[in-house]
Design a protein around this ligand. Structure first.
Ligand SMILES: [Zn+2]
Length: 262
């Protein structure tokens, strides 16, 4: 090897290493959101989440006894609020849907009126997601009426992911409404160990894609969910993943002022 190559090769190796190192050492902007559904309805876990240190996003059922109270409570403590819109499922008890759900039997005008009314009973809401809805989210007619209202109100939409045939993504895209999909359900099995496992999945997805969305619940098993979420927070800190209100995940897709409630 001549002298030139003897100098050049180590130099190239060093350059490669230093650029790899530079990439590695760049601060990552890992953001995850934890949406907690069913505020306004159940009681379990409500105080834990609304008075806790974690900036969860509170999805509040409309038309319930505690809709306004829980939305105001969340907002007072700096938490983002969204409407948790009850939508007709394929299976499940009618009582799980709560009052005035969105069903496929409604006309587009009735859906529109119901969504507008729902937004009225959840003050400070800046977005919406679906409660149940495996049947209604597959109806183009129903979903279009909802997305049109979201557009008028500058709401974002989170597709809770209760049907793989949901029309939300395609219609939101068509109408230019910001939409993201739920990645992980935290408490589909009600044990705190399971919630911790699901939080770890959320962390992995966030590390892989830069952002992630989990959904948990208050209500009958709300305490179990809150315990599992709070126990996972040290791990999120270690992995440098920030929990943020869900509107922050849209980043430059939407400017923040669009999410100020009207
Ligand atoms: Zn729900």
């Amino acid at each position: 090897m001549n002298r030139c190559a003897a100098v050049l090769i180590p130099c190239l190796v060093l350059m490669f290493h230093s650029s790899a190192f530079a990439k590695e050492s760049q601060p990552k902007n890992l953001q995850a959101s934890i949406i907690i559904d069913d505020f306004g309805g159940g009681i379990g876990g409500v105080r834990d989440f609304l008075e806790g240190e974690i900036p969860i996003t509170a999805a509040v059922m409309p038309f319930t006894e505690n809709s306004i109270k829980h939305a105001e409570w969340a907002h007072k403590n700096g938490l983002e609020v969204m409407v948790h819109l009850p939508m007709e499922p394929k299976k499940g008890k009618r009582s799980w849907l709560g009052p005035k759900p969105i069903t496929v039997a409604l006309s587009p005008e009735e859906v529109r009126e119901r969504v507008l009314e729902a937004i009225e009973t959840v003050p400070y809401a800046v977005g919406l997601n679906n409660h149940m809805g495996s049947r209604a989210v597959e109806s183009e007619k129903v979903v279009r009426a909802i997305v049109e209202v979201a557009k008028e109100k500058n709401f974002y939409i989170i597709d809770s992911g209760t049907s793989s045939k949901s029309k939300f993504p395609e219609i939101a895209k068509e109408l230019g409404v910001p939409l993201l999909k739920r990645d992980v359900f935290l408490d589909d099995i009600s044990s705190s160990a399971h919630v911790r496992k699901q939080m770890r999945r959320l962390a992995k997805i966030t590390e892989y894609t830069g952002k992630g969305i989990a959904i948990g619940h208050v209500g009958a098993t709300g305490k179990i969910c809150s315990v599992g979420v709070f126990q996972s927070m040290d791990e999120f800190k270690e992995r440098k993943i920030k929990i943020v209100p869900v509107s922050k995940l849209f980043g430059s897709q939407m400017i923040e002022k669009n999410f100020i409630p009207k």
